[in-house]
Design a protein around this ligand. Structure first.
Ligand code: ADP
Ligand code: SF4
Ligand code: MG
Length: 445
C-alpha cells in the first residue's frame, strides 16, 4: 500500500534512551514526539478513511479450518511520552468451533488485541500499525453500484413463466432470512480486518463478530430499557426486520441466556437488574445476529464466584448452540482451564507461549507460564504463602531488545541478553518463545 509515505514507527517517536530519569522528557523531546505522533496519526487515520475496493483487502486463510488468524499484528499508542507498543507482533489463530483463551497479567495487551480485531482501538492515538487479521467473512455481495443484491420471492404466472412476486403496490417482495430480515445474496470472503476501511468493518462488527465486555453496567445505557437496547442492535444489523419481529427475537434471546422472566426484563432498566443478569443481557445482545465469533473480554471478572460459574456454563452452552467460536480473554487461569481448547499466553504485548489447554496446563514451558501456574491457589497443596513472580512488567515505552521477561526470570542464562527469543515449535500444537527451548527448532528434542 504505497498510498502515502509511511511514517517511521520503530525507534522514532520514543522517549530518549539515555535520559537520567526515565520519566523525564525535555521540552524539545516533547515537541519532537508530538510532531512525529501527529504525522503518524494523520497517516493511519487517512488509511482508514480511504476508498478501496473489496478486492484490496480480500486475502486467503493459511488454514481453512480457522475463523481468525492474527499474523504479526502490531498495535501502537502514540502517547505524549512515546510510543506504547501495546501489541507487538502477535500471531495466533482461532479454529472454527473452538474456545481460545488469551491469558496474561494486566496490561499485557489482551484487550488491545481484541479491540484491534473489531477496529475499536481508541483512536486517534491508538492505531493498527502493521500485520494482518484474517477473517472468514460471510459478506453481502454487491452490485456494480456497490449496493446489496436482494433475493426476491418468485411465483409462476398464468403463462407458466417464473416471475418476481410483487406486493399490492407493485413493489417486488424480498425473501426473508432466518432472522426475519431481508435476504441478500451472500458470498464467503476472507478479509484482512487490519487493512479494511472503517466503513467496511461496520458490517462485520456485531453481525459476525460480537463482543462481551467486563463491566456490563458501563456497556449498557442506563437511560434505556433492556428491550430498547436489544431491539436497537437488531434493527441496526438485521435489515428489513419489523419492530414486532425484532421484539420477538430480543425476548427469544433473553430466554436463551437463561432469564426466567424475559418479557418482564425486556421492560426493565439496567439498574433494576443484578450484575449476573446484566451480563446475561450483554450475552443476549451479542447473540442477536447469530455471530460466528464471540469475543469475551474478562466476562466474569466483575461477578462473584457462583455467578461466574453460571456465566461460564452459559457461554459453553451457547457456543454449541450457535456452532461458533469464542475468544476468551482473562487474567484468571482457572477460567481458562475450565473453558479453553487452546491457550495463548501473552506478556508485554507478545505471545510467549501457546498450545492446547493440555500443553499449557500439563506441560508449561516458559518460565512466565510456570510462574503463573505456581501463583494459582490449589486445594490439594498446603502452602502458607502463594508464589509471586518477582518484579514488574517492563515500561511499555522503550522496550528492550532482549527477552522482556529477563529481569524477572529465575532461569535466565547468558544467551537471554541476546536478541528477543523466537517463537519455537516444541510439538505440532505447542510453541514457546524462550532460549531454554531453542534446540527444539533444530529438531533436537
Ligand atoms: N487508550 C490507551 N492509551 C494509551 N495506552 C493504552 C491505551 N489502552 C491501553 N494502553 C496500553 O496498552 C497496553 C495493553 O493494554 P491492555 O490491552 O488494555 O491490557 P490487558 O492485557 O490488561 O487487557 C498497556 O500498557 C496499556 O497501558
Ligand atoms: S529467554 Fe531467558 S530470560 Fe527469557 S524466559 Fe527464557 S530463560 Fe528466562
Ligand atoms: Mg483488559
Amino acid at each position: 500500500m504505497a498510498l502515502f509515505n509511511k511514517p517511521k514507527t520503530e525507534n522514532s517517536n520514543e522517549a530518549p534512551k539515555k535520559a537520567k530519569n526515565s520519566h523525564y522528557i525535555s521540552r524539545s523531546e516533547q515537541k519532537r514526539i508530538s510532531k512525529e505522533n501527529s504525522k503518524a496519526i494523520k497517516y493511519y487515520e487517512k488509511l482508514k478513511k480511504r476508498k478501496v475496493k473489496v478486492d484490496d483487502y480480500t486475502t486467503q486463510m493459511n488454514d481453512e479450518n480457522n475463523v481468525i488468524e492474527f499474523d504479526d499484528l502490531h498495535t501502537y499508542f502514540f502517547s505524549d511520552a512515546g510510543t506504547v507498543k501495546a501489541v507487538n507482533g502477535v500471531s495466533f489463530s482461532i479454529p472454527a468451533g473452538s474456545t481460545v483463551g488469551v491469558v496474561g497479567e494486566s496490561g499485557c495487551g489482551k484487550s488491545v488485541t481484541s479491540l484491534s480485531l473489531m477496529q475499536l482501538v481508541q483512536a486517534p492515538s491508538g492505531q493498527i500499525v502493521s500485520g494482518s487479521i484474517r477473517f472468514k467473512s460471510n459478506m453481502f455481495k454487491l452490485d456494480k453500484m456497490g449496493k446489496k443484491i436482494p433475493v426476491y420471492e418468485e411465483e409462476v404466472d398464468e403463462n407458466g413463466v417464473l416471475q418476481v412476486k410483487k406486493d399490492e403496490k407493485g413493489k417486488p417482495i424480498i425473501k426473508r432470512n432466518e432472522l426475519g430480515g431481508n435476504l441478500y445474496e451472500m458470498e464467503e470472503r476472507v478479509v484482512d480486518i487490519a487493512k479494511m476501511p472503517t466503513s467496511a468493518i461496520r458490517s462485520i462488527r456485531g453481525r459476525e463478530i460480537a463482543m462481551i465486555f467486563q463491566e456490563p453496567m458501563t456497556s449498557l445505557n442506563p437511560v434505556f430499557t433492556i428491550g430498547n437496547q436489544l431491539d436497537e442492535v437488531g434493527l441496526l444489523h438485521i435489515e428489513g426486520i419489523s419492530k414486532e419481529k425484532v421484539k420477538e427475537r430480543s425476548i427469544e434471546m433473553l430466554k436463551l441466556v437463561g432469564i426466567a422472566d424475559p418479557e418482564g426484563v425486556y421492560k426493565k432498566y439496567p439498574h433494576e437488574l443484578s450484575g449476573g443478569m446484566r451480563q446475561r443481557v450483554m450475552i443476549a445482545i451479542a447473540l442477536l445476529c447469530n455471530p460466528k465469533l464471540i469475543v469475551a473480554d474478562e466476562p466474569t471478572t466483575a461477578l462473584d464466584v457462583t455467578i461466574q460459574a453460571q456465566i461460564l456454563d452459559l457461554l459453553r452452552e451457547i457456543k454449541t448452540k450457535i456452532n461458533g467460536s469464542i475468544m476468551l480473554i482473562t487474567h484468571d487461569l482457572g477460567v481458562v482451564a475450565e473453558m479453553a481448547d487452546y491457550v495463548v499466553v501473552m506478556y508485554a504485548g507478545k505471545v510467549i507461549e501457546m498450545g492446547t489447554a493440555e500443553d499449557i496446563f500439563d506441560r508449561p514451558m516458559h518460565p512466565y507460564t510456570i510462574g503463573l501456574q505456581k501463583s494459582k491457589p490449589t486445594v490439594d497443596q498446603e502452602t502458607d504463602k502463594l508464589y509471586c513472580i518477582p518484579g514488574f512488567v517492563p515500561n511499555p515505552i522503550n522496550m528492550p531488545n532482549y527477552c522482556y521477561f529477563r529481569d524477572r526470570c529465575e532461569k535466565c542464562v547468558k544467551k537471554c541478553s541476546g536478541d528477543y527469543p523466537q517463537l519455537v515449535k516444541v510439538s505440532d500444537t505447542h510453541s514457546v518463545s524462550c532460549y531454554l527451548y531453542e534446540d527444539y527448532q533444530k529438531g533436537d528434542k
